[in-house]
Design a protein around this ligand. Structure first.
Ligand code: ADP
Ligand code: ASP
Ligand code: MG
Length: 453
């Protein structure tokens, strides 16, 4: 059995929805089809909620455009026999959404829980439309079987319970099961939650792993995984094959193609992933499997996290204090702060690492708290923090053996006047990382791409 996921661009317009219908109906079922909200809708749902909370009456115009977009799509893609029923269902959801917005407008307040309910409407509506549009389609509501639990201030999937519930849900025969991506409910409170922006990919992976699917197909708007973000590097090339580890590295370093947590459940079950283009279904796409293939490119791609902050702990700490590294990482892990790379700069002894800009304040606080005794005695200096940097990853299996490439990358960057604030070569088997000024990121990516591909 196949699991397919169609992203926002694939379900964004009448034309793209017709492609989705053709792609699904050509499968000799059964298949599970995960859908995102209509393209751009999640951003609009959030912006409208913020406008309402700011007491800006223009939220009503935005609500009106959400309504007309959905109703127009229904008129154009849902077969006449089902059209009234689908219009009624979606109109009911639109009325609930409108009531949520007017509540937010009146109380001028937008708690996270309310925003989570508001964003859920996107996938709840798109899945009703797609299920009715596909011949043999039935809708299965992920609010009933994708479960999250609170972890600090994040909602994370409870994979064990979710797996059991998915198996129960799909134990009865179906042809094309259509499932809203992204949305979930809390195991304790039953409140509506979600798997994070881009999370429909993860819904698809959880379903694929629970049902031991033969393949997970991610249908999007590009021909496959490219060697770099095509919006920045215009001559990025298609990568026909890569490993799970390589895709995981590229995506956790910012390649938007797949939402990073997606890869773990399918990797664990060794279920291949295919990245395919809804607008060019005949293209072979990218295949992601557990091991290298003959003819694989040595370097699979470059990606970047734009908003990062670089921290440096001086040589004093790492020289005099035992367990500095483990104390730092343990402190950060307890608050769920993800560290991108441990980088080195020949001119600076000590330890550097990068975190997402959004985690920078909490990182600084945690470091100060962790090393409070040493700081008060003056045996260490305050951690240094550089904001407005970006972290670039150059990814391929066996990167560790490719040290000459590292030197050439640094040479290329410095020749073009791009300062490398820190780098990491050889710390990971698959990834070399470079920290550069955020304003120079696009140039740096183009230079590295020209050098490597
Ligand atoms: P979807 O709505 O289908 O989930 P996304 O916008 O999340 O689509 O992801 C697909 C987009 O990712 C592409 O349109 C492309 O612009 C961007 N992208 C960034 N890096 C890469 C890459 N290395 N290869 C392919 N696409 C990339
Ligand atoms: N609609 C959600 C988002 O835009 C989830 C997804 O598309 O994967 O983030
Ligand atoms: Mg996506």
């Amino acid at each position: 059995m196949k699991v397919l996921k169609f992203g926002g661009t694939s379900v964004g317009s009448v034309e793209s929805l017709r492609n989705v219908k053709d792609i699904v109906e050509s499968i000799n079922g059964p298949a599970v089809v995960i859908v995102s909200a209509l393209g751009g809708l999640t951003d609009q749902l959030i912006a409208t909620a913020r406008a309402a909370a700011a007491n800006d009456p223009s939220y009503m115009d935005s609500m009106q455009s959400i309504r007309s977009r959905h109703l127009a799509i229904i008129d154009n893609v849902v077969p006449e026999i089902a059209r009234q029923e689908v219009t009624d269902k979606v109109s009911g959801l639109l009325s609930d959404l409108e009531r949520m917005y007017s509540g937010v407008y009146l109380i001028r307040h937008l708690p996270q829980m309310t925003l989570d309910i508001i964003v859920s409407f996107g996938e709840r509506m798109s899945s009703v439309i797609v299920a009715a549009m596909i011949d043999g389609g039935s809708r299965h509501d992920s609010l009933g079987f994708i479960k999250t639990e609170k972890w600090y201030d994040k909602n994370i999937a409870d994979q064990k319970l979710t797996t059991e519930l998915i198996r129960q849900e799909f134990s009865r025969p179906f042809k094309y099961a259509v499932v809203p991506g992204f949305i979930s409910t809390d195991i304790n409170t039953g409140d509506i939650t979600n798997l994070g922006r881009g999370g429909s990919d993860f819904t698809a992976a959880l379903v694929a792993a629970a049902l031991d699917a033969e393949v997970l197909e991610i249908w999007t708007d590009v021909d496959g995984f490219l060697s770099a973000d095509p919006r920045i590097v215009s001559d990025a090339v298609l990568v026909p094959h890569m490993t799970f580890i390589e895709s995981m590295e590229l995506c956790s370093y910012g390649a938007k193609v797949i939402y990073p947590p997606t890869i773990y459940p399918v990797f664990h079950k060794n279920i291949p992933i295919r990245i395919l283009n809804t607008f060019n279904p005949a293209a072979p796409g990218t295949l992601i499997t557990d091991s290298q293939c003959d003819g694989d490119l040595k370097v699979k791609g470059i990606s970047a996290i734009r908003d990062t902050s670089l921290f440096h702990i001086d040589g004093n700490i790492s020289g005099k204090l035992k367990n500095t590294v483990s104390r730092t990482f343990n402190a950060l892990a307890k608050k769920g702060v993800k560290v991108f790379n441990v980088s080195r700069n020949d001119a600076r002894p000590g330890m550097s690492f990068a975190v997402a800009k959004g985690d920078a304040d909490v990182t600084y606080d945690l470091l100060c708290r962790e090393f409070a005794p040493e700081l008060s005695k003056g045996t260490v200096s305050r951690p240094e923090r550089i904001d407005n940097v970006a972290t670039i990853a150059v990814v391929g299996e066996n990167m560790r053996d490719n040290s000459r490439l590292g030197a050439r990358i640094r040479h290329t960057l410095s020749r073009d006047g791009i300062r490398v604030e820190g780098y990491s070569e050889g710390a990971s088997d698959t990834t070399m990382a470079y920290v550069v000024d955020a304003d120079r990121l696009d140039n740096a990516l183009r230079h590295i791409h020209t050098l490597v591909f």
